[in-house]
Design a protein around this ligand. Sequence first.
Ligand SMILES: NC(=O)c1ccc[n+]([C@@H]2O[C@H](COP(=O)([O-])OP(=O)(O)OC[C@H]3O[C@@H](n4cnc5c(N)ncnc54)[C@H](OP(=O)(O)O)[C@@H]3O)[C@@H](O)[C@H]2O)c1
Length: 235
Amino acid sequence: MSTDAIRKVCIVGASGKLGQYLVRQALDRGYEVVGVCRERSVPKLAAFADRITIVPGPTNDRDVVRKAVAGCDAVLSILVPWGVRQYSSGTAQAVLDFAEPGARLVFSCGWHISMDGEDRYSWRLRTTIRIVTPLARLVRAVDIDDQVEACGRIFASDRRWTVVRGSDLEEGESQGLPVWSRHVGDPVLASNLTRRVDFALFMTEALTDDSLIGQAPAIVGRLSPSARAHAKGAA
Ligand SMILES: NC(=O)c1ccc[n+]([C@@H]2O[C@H](COP(=O)([O-])OP(=O)(O)OC[C@H]3O[C@@H](n4cnc5c(N)ncnc54)[C@H](OP(=O)(O)O)[C@@H]3O)[C@@H](O)[C@H]2O)c1
């Protein structure tokens, strides 16, 4: 399927902050939208209720995902490491298994995911991950390793995927399409801050950017100091 043929998009995790930006941007582009979110979160999508189809249920429920992605040309998935019941890997696997052949698949995660082991992390990020991962698992709140597992499965698949790796996020008006690099540690990414709306923008734009297929871009705000310094250097 060609990316210019995208008409119908499924958003898995549509009720969250990132998900709601994705819903708005997909509707603005004229796509038909199917959103998946937990039953209790359906009211969060009230503003879009008459313009999208909502499939309520846990995003790692295979039947829910199978139903939601049917007939969709693309799937935007928010991978979140909640709980210790394979929430991320279950979501990713279901999308990989049931999305239409040739569908464009775009997933979100954080900088801590590495596709090729070539990322160079700051001491601060390494320490945070090292401390937070076992503690969060201990209290059964978050399983960061499961997000790593989810992305490993995506990287190994022959689907038309992109994994967008977000920096620290902030709210605020769009600054435009984020700048990206293949590896965390590259100077352009040093500011480590992106507007959440622009994280969504990068994912939405990726749907029609075939050069991002099979890539795991790490992004940073286009007006962040490191991105500006990089642009100035390039000029
Ligand atoms: N936050 C950051 O600083 C940051 C940094 C880098 C990358 N990212 C990435 O950005 C993406 C979005 O993260 P976000 O922090 O901005 O959050 P978000 O967009 O608000 O999304 C959170 C998602 O998690 C779901 N959720 C919350 N509690 C849950 C639970 N107990 N069980 C199951 N699902 C639950 C929410 O669904 P409901 O609406 O049903 O609650 C929502 O879909 C993720 O892929 C994350 O890895 C975030």
